[in-house]
Write a protein that binds this ligand. Structure first.
Ligand code: URA
Length: 316
């Protein structure tokens, strides 16, 4: 009995991995829906599930940009990132045979996704206000049951730079405004010290609703929510994105991206095909009061100055 349960659990995990692998961000529906199609007690038929999933878009090569400005002297030994190896998802027409699926799964260290987001259909007269009002009505995932306010994001339509965090916390859930709690105030200090004005930036999150107890966003929640972010970016057309923290980095840049302590300050091409800098999350920076050379706050200070230089270059 226990062995059977273990086998079913393993199959569930395999199914989640496979569906995560094969579901493009922005695809309608969440992978839990696919999993729930299996009758209780029935073993998952991976081949059948995979065959029903949408076609996979052709992956593009994710390339860390080679335009990282010179480190200030003594900034440590960070090196430019080696090229990211993506699982070979093949060309457009993957034949979802047993053999292909086996080899896809066996080559995978962890679930991965194509690194380009599916284009959304055009929406006539789309606007930031319309997106915000749709978010306010949204019930695509369970977070709507526990939220107080939705937090679509804030900033002017002509922002050249978008900051993307993880998800609203308690203060944001109460106010409907992103990054207004302790982490937000720390972010404000950093961006102001670097010479940005908050009013000129668009600041938002991957998730537009607070996860209970500030737990990490679930992949399914991110997949449900990302079309809103995608529409916001389509309207804003920013020249640059700053991605705050591991969760946002792994979603926006790619799931196989090394941890933020290794790649903060680096530029990447994101799934939105907009130059994106990986940055520490301000909550992480609050955990360490140190400001001395090499500390995370010091590193963030180097990174934000790099970002500011590139931002200023846009305006010239
Ligand atoms: N943390 C985030 O990632 N986003 C917020 O809006 C607040 C805290």
């Amino acid at each position: 009995m226990a062995a059977k349960r273990k086998k079913n659990d393993d199959a569930t995990i395999d199914a989640i991995d496979l569906i995560t692998l094969l579901t493009p961000p922005g695809a309608a529906g969440c992978y839990e829906c696919e999993i729930s199609r299996a009758a209780p007690g029935e073993e998952f038929d991976l081949i059948k599930i995979a065959a029903e999933l949408p076609d996979i878009p052709e992956p593009i090569q994710r390339k860390p940009e080679t335009i990282r400005p010179k480190e200030p002297s003594g900034a440590g030994n960070r090196q430019s990132l080696p090229s990211q190896s993506q699982p070979d998802l093949g060309n457009k027409n993957i034949q979802k045979s047993d053999k292909d699926l086996e080899s896809l799964l066996s080559g995978m260290r962890k679930p991965s996704r194509p690194n380009r987001i599916e284009p959304l259909p055009d929406i006539a007269e789309d606007s930031l206000e319309r997106i915000a009002s749709e978010i306010a009505q949204c019930q695509k995932c369970a977070l709507h049951k526990t939220r107080n306010k939705t937090v679509p994001g804030a900033g002017p339509q002509n922002s050249r730079l978008v900051f993307i965090g993880e998800a609203p916390g308690a203060d944001e859930d109460a106010s409907g405004i992103p990054f207004v709690g302790r982490a937000g105030q720390h972010l404000d200090k950093i961006i102001t010290a670097a010479g940005f004005k908050r009013e000129e930036l668009f600041i938002c999150n991957i998730l537009k609703c607070r996860p209970p107890e500030n737990r990490d966003p679930a992949l399914s929640e991110m997949i449900c929510c990302t079309p809103y972010l995608q529409r916001q970016l389509r309207l804003l057309k920013p020249s640059l994105i700053a991605c705050l923290g591991n969760v946002a980095v792994k979603f926006v840049i790619g799931p196989d991206t090394p941890g933020i302590t290794r790649i903060h300050g680096e530029w990447f091409n994101s799934i939105f095909e907009i130059p994106t800098m990986a940055m520490y999350h301000p909550s992480f920076l609050l955990r360490d009061a140190k400001r001395d050379k090499g500390s995370p706050n010091w590193q963030m200070w180097q990174d934000i100055q790099t970002l500011k230089k590139r931002y200023d270059a846009l305006l010239q």
